[in-house]
Design a protein around this ligand. Sequence first.
Ligand code: PMP
Length: 308
Amino acid sequence: MADPYPRVFFGDQIVDVDQARLSVATSAVLYGLSVYTVFPVQVDGERRTAFRLADHYQRLLESCKIIGIDRFAQEWTFERFEALARILVAENAPETDVFVRVSVHVDELVPGTRVRGLPVTVSMFVYDAVPIVPQDGMRLKTSQWRRIPDGAIPSRAKVNGAYVNSVLAKQDAIDAGYDDAIFLDGAGHVCELSAANIFLVRGDTVITPDVASDILDGINRRTVLALAEAEGLPVAERAVDLTELYIADEVFVTGTSAGVAPVVEVDGRVIGDGEPGPVAARLRELHAAALRGESTSRVGAADWITEL
Ligand code: PMP
């Protein structure tokens, strides 16, 4: 767990963190009616760079559109979003890498279960970039909780209330002595973790559930697919069976807060030789370089980076 940095954007100004409060009567609190994203900022002395900021903004817009939160698009251009990120990070002056969490809260008081046209409050805060899963080989357990399907609460939208599904799965995994959970859909296909996308490697092919598999379309998932392709590795986005994970040469996960992190055990089966594998290690290295805007291959170059 990490504490927020002291200065937080809330509504229309930057305030102290204890002043950024929503009413108990808002839709955000009553129904979990907020959408969010978390983007990373790399700090190197005076230089601060955000990774794929425009993609985070775009996904936030799309989450709003899916849920019916229409005021965000009317009130927040990318230029406003970017300018705020720059001011807020500068004001907190982090000395190490941080994550920035941006939320769009529906804050009408006691509105009932509706959304269109209701006012929104945007919040943005900064916290230390501490990974949420072990980076040296994690152990996963299939959850008995199923991933919320597109026809119930779409996983494609990063909506706060939907994270109850992730909490159920993650807590069960922790209680059982594992690091995180693997969600399956109703038909038994692999979806993702509680807050990360999942990949497997078979031979040299890099495989991950496709975007119609009840997953969040992770920005690091897209990044790793692009990096793998640039490395000349065959990639496949398709339905994945659970037992494919058991017999994979490598399994790894991706996410802003998860990084590119190897998996060494799934449901008591040792993955590969039980050590983090070479493909995951290479992609992890390329991803770390891309985050810093270093071009180590034909992708991962400057257009993923915003100087703050
Ligand atoms: N799936 C879920 C459910 C998540 O919460 C996250 C974290 N945002 C991811 C995948 C990874 O997405 P990203 O790479 O955009 O951080």
